[in-house]
Ligand binder design. Structure first.
Ligand SMILES: [Zn+2]
Ligand SMILES: [Zn+2]
Length: 250
């Protein structure tokens, strides 16, 4: 299956120096899939021709933190004529459904179009921490360690998306091959236990299981020195930092 992934938002937490927050667009055959909907949704102009080819967009959410969902309200500019299906963890891993969380976030006092007004038709689904499929394309789900439940999402054998998680090498021992791994990186060494350090990833990732590995969800607090250090350690294992605007043919 011909597939391309666009990096629309490679930062975590907040936009910083030309990097928007978590959002990736995957075109795989007839499927158009968005991985998280952070402020990077604003970069959808970069894939305008791709958007025009599809009547339907499926948005897969790793969790509900704002840097991963606030861009839902930007979809009105790009997807007003489309059907949009939003898949979030929902029940039973959270006390509310994805539809209820979207209703809280996009309530009319905060966003005039509301949680179902940003597309021609909006449908919400809970994957509940279990594997699911999007119009026949399988999505494998693994729980991660974060401050709220977050989930690794593996779309077919194309892309493994692991963000907002600490890195546990034991959990990656039997991981399945993907052409592309998008993995978060928040710090150089040990620090915030809810996130991943490049040192832990470089030491424990079975690099050979993945065609290409890109670090995402960069910490907006990094200075130039820290970014250079992350790049240097990653490069030793053939790992690159993602940049907004990258288009990767799979
Ligand atoms: Zn985040
Ligand atoms: Zn988070």
């Amino acid at each position: 299956m011909d597939a391309t992934l666009w990096v629309l938002g490679s930062a975590g937490w907040m936009p910083q120096a030309g990097q928007e927050t978590s959002c990736f667009l995957l075109e795989a055959g007839e499927h158009l899939i968005m991985l998280d909907a952070g402020t990077g949704v604003a970069n959808l102009d970069l894939a305008a021709e791709v958007l025009a080819r599809h009547d339907r967009l499926s948005v897969l959410l790793s969790h509900y933190h704002l840097d991963h969902v606030v861009g839902l309200m930007y979809l009105k500019r790009f997807a007003a004529g489309k059907r949009v299906d939003v898949y979030g963890p929902g029940r039973p891993v959270y006390p509310k459904t994805t539809e209820e969380y979207a209703g809280d976030l996009l309530q009319s006092a905060l966003y005039s179009s509301g949680s179902s007004g940003f597309a021609r038709e909006v449908r919400y689904h809970d994957y509940g921490g279990r594997d699911f499929d999007v119009c026949g394309l399988p999505v494998a789900v693994r729980p991660q360690i974060h401050s709220s439940p977050s989930f690794e999402l593996r779309v077919g054998d194309l892309v493994t998306y692991a963000t907002d998680t600490s890195f546990d090498p034991a959990a990656w021992k039997d991981c399945v091959h993907s052409l592309l791994l998008l993995h978060e990186c928040w710090q150089v060494g040990a620090g915030d236990p809810r996130h991943t350090s490049v040192e832990a990833l470089a030491a424990g990732l079975p690099r050979e299981r993945f065609g290409r590995v890109l670090l995402i969800h960069h910490n907006p607090s990094w200075g130039a020195d820290e970014r250079a250090e992350v790049e240097r350690i990653a490069a030793r294992r053939g790992i690159e930092l993602a940049r907004d605007g990258m288009a990767i043919a799979l």
